[in-house]
Design a protein around this ligand. Sequence first.
Ligand SMILES: Nc1ncnc2c1ncn2[C@@H]1O[C@H](COP(=O)(O)OP(=O)(O)OP(=O)(O)O)[C@@H](O)[C@H]1O
Ligand SMILES: [Mg+2]
Length: 270
Amino acid sequence: MSNGPIIELRHVGKSFGANRVLDGISLTVNPGEIVTLIGPSGSGKTTALRCMNFLEAYDEGEIMIKGQLLGYSGPGREPRNRDSPALIAEVRRPLAMVFQQFNLWPHMTVLENVCAPLILGKKMPRHEARRKAGLALAQVGMSDKAESRPQRLSGGQQQRVGIARALALGPELLLLDEPTSALDPERVEEVLDVIKALAVEGMTMVMVTHEMSFAAKIASRVVFMADGRIIESGAPATLFRQPQTERLRSFLAPWFKRPLQLDDTEAPHA
Ligand SMILES: Nc1ncnc2c1ncn2[C@@H]1O[C@H](COP(=O)(O)OP(=O)(O)OP(=O)(O)O)[C@@H](O)[C@H]1O
Ligand SMILES: [Mg+2]
């Protein structure tokens, strides 16, 4: 693993038409860090995450993945030349994404779902893909469902498969967009446990979440976004205990009516 940052966003801007959704985001994620993005609905968290692996094209600034510029042949503002899909895929290879709605293919088994990106995207031989997929499913405790169809699984189990699919790619950085928000409350814990286990193993992650106490427990850094900007960021104990802005204080108020339990806010592998 290289010592430099896995990803670095420098003044990243993004507009949808006249709506400036990201307004100069700068963020560096080093190996082993767990960064959680929090903030009100519409603040640009999902867009920031999608720009990080060019599922959404950013239009200002730079995103560097392991020192390589993502998406464009040169820095700066528009107009600039977009790289070929093959080159973009190469630059973002260290990243994998876990989606809020799982995005599993219903006509495929669990194992086939996990294999598909390896076979189709990475051109991996089928037997090698099945081996890697089997290991990833074991990692999330889903080996016994390998031959099931996704619709036979609970939401929590489907999301664990979604995580396995990302892990099978061997990522150095996992991007997770509200991985538990589509789940029934009684299914949230099993998915958080899987993410916690990854954290303990040292997986680098950027996770959008509304699970504040979970963010407080596992994050090395919490980043608070509003209106397309990073308003505050810092260690969870500092950020949650001593918010510096009224914006963050009022955002946190509903969650922390009582003092937050911050006994175990150390990142598990720190
Ligand atoms: N594909 C799109 N086309 C047009 N506008 C979009 C698109 N995606 C997002 N937006 C707008 O960008 C803004 C930020 O959206 P985004 O989904 O990034 O917010 P978010 O912080 O993830 O919110 P939530 O907590 O509700 O998921 C919103 O105003 C949204 O309507
Ligand atoms: Mg979102």
